[in-house]
Design a protein around this ligand. Structure first.
Ligand SMILES: [Zn+2]
Length: 291
């Protein structure tokens, strides 16, 4: 098979191994038809485990790790996973995206277009991020780490109220004086201490800032929205799912390739074969200068 080249991608945070070494330099392969189809079927908001499967399929090596499976992809920070999703999206559909949001002002409800450049949301970060962030609390020295895909997966499957689930997440992210916390120990900390930890993480995070602000074109009210890169990619792929089916049909019909073989191709390869096929069927030269 003619392989598409991988693109290098530098993760904002990276994966720390047991020796404390950070692995940030990854290789991103384009999505194949199989991953396009899987993500298109993954619903409005693809779950953390579906995201890990997707990243495992398109991440080549990462630092000294020769390959990335779903388990390793789950260990990446939420921010690194979002960074990768933004790269995947930019590679398939370009760097610019127009989001549409409804104005929240009472009686207005105008629709506003919000233009975003994905590369500006997640610029390349040259300096290494620390593995954990430290903050001195009256209760002791706290260390907080960024949430990972695994945290998000456990959170998605956890029961309880929003507050209980938040406490579960913080109990996983924070240690005080080297001691792990339970959700109830986290909640028993004074709110000033919990706030200090949350602020340390918010300010020290290497994750892309996906909060967007725009003005309503009608009443000039501020609109706030949060970009979910995987939901964006899934929505766009869902819009192209019927076309993907048609591509499989046309290539299978003319080349007699199997569905699996065709879905193993990234979009650029499928589109190239469709272009050659069209030239052939229309009696045009397949390659410029040939007849
Ligand atoms: Zn408005």
């Amino acid at each position: 098979m003619l392989l598409e080249p991988s693109t290098p991608v530098l993760l904002p945070h990276g994966l720390f191994d047991e020796d404390g070494r950070c692995h940030r330099q990854g290789e991103l392969r384009p999505l194949t038809g199989r991953e396009e189809w899987a993500l298109a079927q993954a619903g409005e908001r693809p779950g953390p485990r579906a995201v890990s499967e997707l990243l495992a399929a398109c991440l080549g090596r990462l630092g000294d790790y020769p390959r990335v499976d779903a388990e390793l992809a789950a260990c990446l920070t939420r921010g690194d996973r979002h960074h990768l999703a933004l790269h995947l999206r930019a590679r398939m559909y370009g760097d610019r995206v127009t989001l549409v949001a409804r104005c929240p002002a009472p009686g207005c409800e105008a629709m506003a277009d919000v233009e975003v450049r994905l590369s500006a949301l997640s610029p390349e970060r040259v300096d290494d991020a620390p593995e954990v962030l430290a903050v001195a609390l009256p209760e002791g020295r706290a260390e907080v780490r960024e949430p990972t895909g695994e945290d998000d997966a456990l959170l998605a499957e956890a029961r309880g109220t929003r507050a209980e689930r938040a406490a579960l997440l913080w109990s996983r992210l924070v240690v005080v004086d080297g001691q792990a916390l339970s959700p109830s120990t986290w909640l028993s900390l004074p709110s000033r201490s919990r706030h200090a930890v949350a602020l340390t993480l918010a300010e020290g995070s290497s994750a892309p800032d996906l909060g967007l602000l725009a003005r309503c074109p009608k009443c000039s009210a501020w609109l706030e929205l949060e970009l979910d890169p995987f939901a964006l990619l899934a929505r766009e792929l869902r819009g192209g799912a019927a076309r993907l089916e048609t591509e499989v049909h046309v290539l299978a019909y003319h080349y007699h390739w199997s569905e699996g073989d065709i879905l193993a191709l990234p979009r650029t390869r499928r589109w190239r074969y469709l272009e050659l096929l069209r030239n052939e069927l229309e009696g045009r030269p397949l390659v410029d200068g040939w007849s």
